[in-house]
Design a protein around this ligand. Structure first.
Ligand SMILES: Nc1ncnc2c1ncn2[C@@H]1O[C@H](COP(=O)(O)OP(=O)(O)OP(=O)(O)O)[C@@H](O)[C@H]1O
Ligand SMILES: [Mg+2]
Length: 225
């Protein structure tokens, strides 16, 4: 009879995860170290360039997020809630996500009406916002516009991410948060599922407000401290 030795199989998988995490971490440290060295050199040589500073900050933030995800693989990482300013958190995610625009003709705007202190895992929130803006960029084929609006209203921090790309068809709108649902050739369909899961685990929420010919709107709500 053909049986699967589950215990041995699990042990192999755990060991493999540890090895792969170890290798990823090593290379993350190299990237982190060199981005710090680069920053020091720019300061030392008196080279002042906001775009270069911003790029290095985004790389360092992205490295932190990858590192957090690698820690998740070992199930040792729980939400690390910290007290932070809603506006600055959204602004750093917005800066990071713009890297995905590449050579598309996409106009972007951000307007944060007012701000407040929120208590949430900063890296996870940034990661969710980046995922949603990345989807918005992917929905725009050649030319379009993405707007990010934030405000504090009714004891909630509310963030809306709007784009005027290809809409989600009515019959698919109920499926987009399902694990593995994708309409893209190279998509995994995990993005929105993970975002909603992480936000819900911190009493926050993510919903699709509307998607039609004129615009697609996603909304994140986070309760205030
Ligand atoms: N802003 C958007 N405009 C149009 N369709 C969208 C938008 N956001 C999400 N979708 C639809 O929802 C699906 C699921 O999105 P999700 O981010 O979960 O996965 P994905 O983008 O396909 O793959 P990945 O796991 O790489 O993010 C997308 O494939 C797309 O069909
Ligand atoms: Mg996605």
């Amino acid at each position: 009879m053909n049986t699967i030795d589950t215990d041995n199989n699990d042990a192999d998988i755990s060991q493999q995860i540890r090895f792969v995490s170890h290798e990823i971490r090593n290379h993350l440290s190299v990237c982190d170290m060199y981005s710090q060295i680069l920053k020091k050199h720019l300061v030392r040589d008196g080279y002042s360039n906001p775009a270069a500073d911003n790029a290095i900050d985004c790389i360092q933030k992205a490295l932190q997020i990858i590192s957090m995800n690698v820690a998740d693989l070992k199930s040792i990482n729980i939400n690390k809630q910290s007290v932070l300013d809603f506006k600055s958190c959204v602004e750093s995610a917005y800066e990071m996500a713009k890297a995905y625009i590449d050579d598309k003709n996409i106009e972007t705007e951000i307007f944060i009406k007012n701000s407040a202190i929120i208590k949430i895992d900063e890296n996870r929130l940034i990661s969710c916002i980046v995922n949603i803006i990345k989807n918005a960029i992917e929905a725009i084929e050649i030319k379009g516009k993405i707007s990010v609006f934030g405000e504090i209203k009714d004891n909630l921090a509310v963030l809306k991410i709007v784009n005027n790309g290809k809409p989600i068809s009515q019959d698919k709108q109920g499926k987009i948060f399902d694990c593995g649902y994708t309409s893209k050739q190279c998509g995994s369909g995990y993005g929105l599922h993970i975002c909603k899961k992480y936000l819900n685990s911190q009493n926050a929420d993510l919903e699709l407000v509307k998607s039609d010919k004129t615009e697609t709107v996603f909304k994140i709500t986070i309760p205030l401290v």
